[in-house]
Design a protein around this ligand. Sequence first.
Ligand code: 3H9
Length: 699
Amino acid sequence: MYSLVHVKRQGSILGIEIDNPPVNVFSQQVRFELREAFIAAAADSAVEAVVLFCVGKTFVAGADISEFDLDSIPQPDPNDVFEAIEAMHCPVIAALHGSVLGGGLELALACHYRVALASTRLGLPEVTLGVIPGAGGTQRLPRLAGVEAALDIMTNGAPVSAQRAYELGIVDIVVEDELFAAAFDLARAVIESAKPLRVVSTMPLDKRQIPEGFFDRCRNSLPKVDRGGRAAREIVDCVETGLTLPFGAALERERTAFNLCKNSSESVALRHLFFAEREAARIPGLGSTKVERRIETVGVIGAGTMGSGIAMNFANAGIPVMLVETNDQALKRGLSLVRKSYEASAAKGRITLEQVEKRMALIDGSLAYADIADRDLVIEAAFENMEVKQTICRQLGEICKAGTIIATNTSSLDVNVLASASGRPTDFVGMHFFSPANVMKLLEVVRGDKTSSQVITSVMTLAKKIGKVSVISGVCYGFIGNRMLEGYLREAEFLLLEGANPLQIDRAIEGMGMAMGPCRMIDMAGVDVAAKVVLERQRAGGLPDDPAYRSVVRELFARGRFGQKTSIGYYRYDGRTAIDDPELGALCAELAERHGIVRRSAISDEEIVERCMLPLINEGARILDEGIAYRAGDVDVVWVNGYGFPAYKGGPMHMADVMGTHTILSRLSHFATSRGNEYGYWTASDWLTRRARATNVAS
Ligand code: 3H9
C-alpha cells in the first residue's frame, strides 16, 4: 500500500499520481513508491499507456534538497526510477503544472511525452543551489532543446514558460486548461498511432550544429570569480563530455560532478539560505494557527523615491494602491517617477506596454488622507524625521477604518514611539523597504512591543505575495541590517586612518564577495546621508565617546565631499568611474594625527576583511542575544538580500559557523590587544561566549 503515490486505472490507461505536499518533492519515499508503481505497471501487459501527474499546486518541484546533506542520495536513486520509466513497454505521458523544476523536470524528461498547462514554469535551477542537475538533466535536456538552449537554461537557472518550452521541443503540447483530458487524449492518440516510443536518452545529440570553440566561449562567459560559478562550469563540462560518452557513462560523470558540487562550501551555504529564507517567514510559537487580515487595498503616504517604489510593488502584484502627497506637484512627480520606471522596464523588454498601463491603472493619487481611510494597509513613507512621522501616524490612527494595518517605512526611528503616536499600537508595524524599493528583495518587518501576531502574519503573507524576502526584526536602532552596518563601517574608517586607501579596502571586501566595498557604497548612497546618521546617533547618545569614531565621514561631509552626487567623496569621480584621490590620503593622515592613531605602511587584505567581518558577526550575535532576530538564519537572509553579502558564503552568521566560534573569539581577543579596546569594540558578545562554552562542554 503506497502513501505518496496512487495508481488509478481508466480502461487500459493507468494514471499514476504523486501526492507529496506542499510541492511534491522527489523524496526517497516518492522515488521508492514511484519505482514500485512503474515496475508493477510494466508487468501488466493490459496497460497500454501511463499518465503521470501530481496532486496539489505543482508537479514535482525538485529533488529533496535536505537529502543533499547526506553523503550520497539515498536509494532508490532517481536514475533507477527514470530507467524503469524509460524501459516501459508503453508510452508514459507526464502531465505538468505549477513549477516543474530540477529533479521534477528530469522526471518529466524521462517520460516519453510531456503535456503542460500554459501557466507551468519549467527549469533546472540547481545552479542557484550551487549544484548541477544530477539525474540526467545535463544529458536529456540538450537532446530535446539543443545544446545551446539547454546550457542557457541550466547555467542561468531561471525557469522558462510552457510556451517557450514548447518552442524548444521540451514539451509536446500546451493547453490552457483540462490538463488531464489533454494528457489522456494524447495517450490514446499515441496508442492508436502505434509509433515507437520517444526515449530521450536514446535520441542522438546533433554535434554538427555546435560551432567550433562553442564550449570555450561558453565557459568564458560564466562568472570569472567563483561566485558559486563552479557548478556552472561543471554543467558545461558535463554537456561537452556527454557528446562523446555513452549515455550511461555520461550519467555517471554527471553524478560525480553533482556530488563534488553538493559537498562544496558554496552549495552548503546556498542551501542554508534556501531554508533560512523560508524559515524567516515563520513566527516562533505561533504554529499553524494563523489568523490573518485580508489586505486587498493599500495606501502609501509620500510619493518620493521611496513611496513611489513601494507603491509599484503592490501594483506589480495586482493590488490597488493610492499614493498620498501634500501638494499636487509632488504627487505628479511621484506618479511620473512610477511611469518612467515602468516605461524603462518595457523598453528593456521586461514587461509589455499593456502591462505598463495595467499597473499604472492600479495606482491612484490623492492629496487627502481621507481617501485612504478605508484601505486595508497604509504605509507611511515620509521624510525620516520623528516629528513628521509622529504627526502622520497620529492622523492615520484617527482616520483609518477599524482593522487597517498601519505601517511605517522608517529605517532607524523607534517603531514603538510611532506605534504609540498612532494610538493603535496593536495594529502598528514597521515595514522597512530597501532602496530602490521596487527592486530590492528584502523587507524587514518590525514588530513593535504591542504589534499583534495577526498583523505580523498578515504582513509576512503579503510580503510573499509581492515577491519580497521578509524577515522579522524587533525594535532597536537600525533593526537587524543597519545596526550591523555600524561596526563594519567603523572598522573600514579606522583602516583608512591607519593607512589603507579606499581602493584597497573596497578591493579586499569585494574580493571576499561583497557586491560593493564600503567606501564605494557610501559614495553612492551619499556621504551626507551617512554622516547625518552618525551625527544624529551621536546627538541621541547612541555612540561611543570616541572622537575618532567615523571621523572620516564627518570630515568629508564638512568639506562638501558628498560622494558621487558631488563627484567627490571617498573617491574622486570621472562620470561614474571612481578614481583614487591622494587628497583623501592626506586628510586621513591629518585625522590620524589628530586622534593619535599610528599609521602603517602596509595593511594586508586579510586584515581588512577580518576587521570588517568580525564586528558584523559579533553584532549579529548581540542581535540574537537580545531577541531582535529570532534566528541566526534571519540575520543571514537580511545581509544577503539587503546588503550584498555573497550568497555563496551564506551570510555573516553562517560564515561564523564555518570559521568556528573559538576562532572568532580568539581573533576578537587578538584585535582587542593589538587595537586596544577602550570603547568595547572588540568585546565578544555573550552569545558567542556562551556558544564557545557549549562546544567545550559538548567536546
Ligand atoms: C534538484 O532537483 C537536484 C536534482 O537535479 C538531482 C539530484 C540527484 N526540497 O518555497 P515554498 C519546501 S535540486 C526540499 O515556501 P512556494 C520549502 O522548504 C532542487 N524542500 O513554496 C517549504 O517548506 P516549509 C531543484 C523543499 O509555493 C515548502 O516546501 N528545485 C523543496 O513559494 C514550500 O516551499 C528547486 O530548486 C525542495 N526541493 O514556492 C526548487 N522545495 O513549508 C525549489 C520546496 O517547511 N523550490 N521545499 O518552509 C522552489 O523554488 C519553491 O519552493 C517553489 C514553490 C517555486 C517550488
